[in-house]
Each structure stands twice: as structure tokens, then as C-alpha cells.
Design a protein. Structure first.
Length: 207
């Protein structure tokens, strides 16, 4: 997706700016203050901030509503505030493609306002997700694919058709449905990535 490796098949239609996984920490040091973190990423992704449909004032207002002060240190935030800050930061910038490996907090009641902002940012954009959360799929996705154990495409199509096919056929391939968030994207793993069609199991969706 980033254009660093040629595709196994097909063609690249255009290069895009891909965000870090939505709800992730964005490579930030937890010892940074909230204000310093936002200033740093705003400098790195300045063009994405300029194109954002979410204003920086709106962003700070949402953080203020849940008691997150710019002067606080990230690692000292309670877990629910850390999750909220990470998700808010993910939707502040306008990326061409959003990666969403986890949806548990995104689909929770405290994150409702952030879901609405993400939907606004996604207009005309694309997302990739491995979430098995049907509520999330119905709200955010239009198309999907079912991948087999060796990365082969078992089925692709409109979201409802994909969900129905998966419900009726996955057991035949010995692939029980995953609980949402069991597919953990750990960026600290030392992965040996190859340009082949051998990738992991999962259901992917596309906005």
C-alpha cells in the first residue's frame, strides 16, 4: 500500500498518504506532554493537517470535554483517557488511507464523538480493517474480502454478501471467526515480510 514494494499482481493506481493504525500511539514517546505530542505530529503531517476536516480548535475542545489538559504527560493519563487521546489524534489528520486493526474502543459509547469525526474524514477516502465487529463493518465499510490460510482470496464483494458468505462457509476451511481485537497489530515484532501472497487469515473491508 505504501508503494515501497511492487504488487504481486495488478497495478498501482496512485501513491497515497497512509496513517498509522487508528487508535495507535503514532510513534510518540509516552513521556511527552499532550501539547508537545500534537505539535510534533502537526509538524510531521502538516499537509494532512491543512487538508483536515477537523479543526485544531475542535480537537482541543473535544479533549477538554473529557478532562484531557494539554499540559498533561501521556503516560500519566488514566487508560480511558490514553485511549481517547490516541483515537482523537488518529482522526485529527486527513489521510488518504486509514488502517483500523482494532475497533473495541472506537465502537464504545465514550468514543461516539470521535466516530463521527472519523466518518467525516473518511468521505472520499479509503480504510483497511481486519475487525470482525459487524457493527463497525456495517457503519464504516462498503466492500470486503475473505482470505484463506495461505492468503488466497476466498470471496470478495459487497459487505453484506461477504458477511453472508463467511457465515456460511468459513467452517469448511477450518477458520473459526475471530473475536474483534484478537488480531493484534504489534509494531514491535521483528517480521520477515515477503512480497508474496502468503499473508494471515482475516476479513478485510474497504470504505
Amino acid at each position: 500500500m505504501s508503494g515501497l514494494v511492487s504488487p504481486v499482481s495488478g497495478e498501482i493506481l496512485g501513491n497515497s498518504v497512509i496513517g498509522w493504525p487508528v487508535g495507535g500511539e503514532g510513534g510518540l514517546d509516552r513521556k511527552l506532554r499532550i501539547s508537545h505530542s500534537v505539535k510534533f505530529l502537526s509538524a510531521v503531517y502538516s499537509d494532512c493537517l491543512d487538508q483536515s476536516l477537523v479543526s485544531i480548535d475542535e480537537f482541543w475542545g473535544i479533549l477538554s470535554d473529557v478532562g484531557i489538559d494539554p499540559g498533561l504527560v501521556i503516560k500519566e493519563l488514566p487508560k480511558n483517557q490514553k485511549d481517547f487521546f490516541a483515537l482523537a489524534l488518529s482522526v485529527l489528520f486527513s489521510f488518504d488511507c486509514y488502517l483500523i486493526p482494532k475497533t473495541r474502543f472506537l465502537m464504545s459509547k465514550p468514543a461516539k464523538a470521535l466516530r463521527e469525526l472519523l466518518l467525516k474524514q473518511l468521505e472520499g477516502k479509503m480504510l483497511f480493517t481486519t475487525s470482525a465487529n459487524v457493527q463497525f463493518q456495517r457503519e464504516f465499510c462498503t466492500d470486503g474480502i475473505v482470505l484463506g490460510p495461505l492468503g488466497q482470496i476466498l470471496f470478495a464483494g459487497k459487505l453484506l454478501d461477504v458477511i453472508q458468505w463467511a457465515d456460511e462457509n468459513l467452517e469448511d476451511f477450518g477458520m473459526p471467526e475471530l473475536e474483534d481485537d484478537n488480531f493484534d497489530l504489534n509494531l514491535n515484532l521483528n517480521l520477515n515480510l515477503k512480497n508474496s501472497e502468503s499473508v494471515g487469515d482475516g476479513i478485510g473491508g474497504e470504505f
